[in-house]
Design a protein around this ligand. Structure first.
Ligand code: A3P
Length: 305
């Protein structure tokens, strides 16, 4: 997009006024939580961001288990099961002030929800190891709905899950279309077979954490014992990570101000299949129909329980 051009603002709120405004940057739907000019500038700065040869980056659509995986990979790289004192957000490309990631010692574990083309150009040039994690769309929608409702700011969602689902299935929720994001990464992998990209599923990590942690260790070239993988799996269980988030991690900026008091933070339930408590039979049929149509040909098979 032309640097000088002011992008068109798209009003994707529903008839109750619930939802968000967006603009399109380089084919990607971006919500207008900051003004588009600042957002575009931030993305240009991310693209220019200097990567270190030994960086690892985690890429995911929001609510696919980024915090969990970040802690696991961080532990693997330090060779113990101690929590990093900082919250994952310090290493997040795509947040305002993302340059703070430069304060981290090497080896760094970065993370982002950005599309590949908005990530640092050095990622491809340096063949930075990238771990991509996916989760079944139904649990993603429920998780993201709660996340969106928990915010205090203008990006907070005040509607029902049913209203949220309508927007999510149309790709008009924050984060844009889940299927678009996954397809884009799939294409990146196909077009760049020499890029080191490991793909994981949240559900597999939940079912067999030790095996998946070992797979990650092999991918990033860390030689680890089975015992360490077990210790990391235990330290990164939902319950322990939830406790560590308040008991061990340092507060980050004004992050406490952006969440409502009642909100359960980033650690809500951590389960596979919670969607069944939220999605009606009719909604489920509709969801399946959308998944069948939009994921056709991707070969991606999700686990729902
Ligand atoms: P729920 O809302 O379903 O509980 P992200 O980190 O990408 O924002 O993803 C957040 C989701 O991952 C939330 O899902 C959160 O509870 C879950 N999660 C965080 N840590 C987890 C862990 N250690 N084990 C399982 N799920 C975890």
């Amino acid at each position: 997009m032309d640097r000088q051009q002011t992008p068109e603002i798209l009003d994707y709120r529903n008839e109750n006024g619930h939802g968000w405004y967006f603009y399109i940057n380089d084919g990607v739907l971006r919500d207008v939580s900051t003004n588009p000019e600042d957002d575009m500038e931030m993305i240009r700065n991310v693209q220019k961001f200097e990567l270190r040869d030994d960086d690892v980056i985690i890429a995911a659509y929001p609510k696919c288990g980024t915090h969990w995986l970040w802690e696991i990979v961080t532990m693997l790289r330090t060779g113990n099961s101690e929590y990093h004192k900082k919250k994952k957000v310090i290493a997040m490309l795509g947040m305002p002030k993302f340059e703070r990631a430069n304060e981290l010692h090497s080896p760094r574990v970065l993370n982002s929800h950005l599309y590949f083309r908005h990530l640092p150009e050095k990622l491809a040039e340096k063949r930075i190891k990238t771990i991509f994690i996916m989760r079944n769309p139904k649990d993603v929608s429920v998780s993201y709905y709660h996340h969106a409702c928990g915010l205090t700011q203008h990006i907070c969602f005040d509607g029902t899950y049913s209203e949220y689902l309508d927007l999510f299935l149309e790709g008009k929720a924050r984060g844009g279309g889940y299927v678009d994001y996954l397809k884009d990464w799939q294409k990146v992998k196909q077009d760049n077979p020499d890029l080191p990209i490991l793909t994981l599923f949240y559900e597999n990590l939940k079912k067999d954490p030790v095996k998946n942690i070992k797979t990650v260790a092999d991918f990033i070239g860390e030689s680890v014992t089975d015992e360490l993988c077990e210790q990391i799996a235990e330290a990164c269980s939902f319950k322990k990570m939830k406790a560590a988030d308040t008991e061990v991690k340092e507060a980050f900026g004004n992050s406490s101000d952006i969440w409502k008091e009642s909100h359960k933070g980033m650690y809500r339930k951590g389960e596979v299949g919670d969607w069944k408590n939220w999605i009606t039979v009719a909604q489920n049929e509709r969801f399946d129909d959308v998944i069948d149509r939009t994921f056709e040909g991707t070969g991606i098979v999700f686990t729902y329980e």
